[in-house]
Design a protein. Structure first.
Length: 175
């Protein structure tokens, strides 16, 4: 019995080190952007009309009434190459032959491309998940774990400051 506990005691640090650290979206903001977000007035989204499922237009539109922090590409360089876990909402981009999404944006709140201003680029993560996942509802959050990289990416839909090489993606379960 003694050797059992000794083994657990010796292996526990390795197990804890192997688990990816869970981060929050605010952890992706450099200090100056974090403070600017805290000081920002609430943003309304009235007056925008899109069809449900139309992801093609609003994430790239610039609203001159929004503060500059809403367009920030500044990043937290210490996170580059880190194995992390984060939860967010998908914005589908590319699917494989089986109809599973292998590329999507992850954003901090639901409907970021429909009826609400998009998050700033440093709050958008381009996710690569070669295994693919079904995304039936963009209002259903997902957890993912893998490697976060700083990678300024731009496509017709949005700009992203981070890229995530996902090892695992699963429906948000609270923990």
């Amino acid at each position: 019995m003694r050797s059992y506990w000794l083994c657990i005691f010796l292996l526990l640090p390795l197990w804890l080190e192997a688990a990816p650290r869970t981060v929050d979206w605010l952890d992706l903001l450099p200090q100056e952007d974090y403070q600017a977000m805290l000081d920002m007035p609430e943003i309304g989204h009235e007056g925008t009309e899109e069809l449900p499922g139309d992801f093609s237009s609003s994430m790239r539109q610039r609203d001159e009434n929004l503060p500059e922090v809403m367009y920030s590409t500044r990043v937290v360089s210490e996170l580059d190459g880190e194995e992390l876990r984060i939860a967010g909402y998908p914005v589908p981009l590319e699917s494989n032959a089986a109809g599973l999404y292998t590329s999507f944006f992850l954003v901090p709140y639901a409907g970021a491309c429909i009826h609400v201003p998009p998050p700033p680029p440093n709050q958008i993560i381009l996710v690569d998940y070669p295994r693919g996942i079904a995304i039936d509802d963009i209002y259903e959050p997902f957890w993912m774990s893998g490697k976060l990289n700083i990678d300024q990416t731009s496509n017709e839909l949005a700009d992203a400051s981070y890229r995530f090489e996902a090892d695992k993606v699963w429906v948000y379960d609270g923990e």
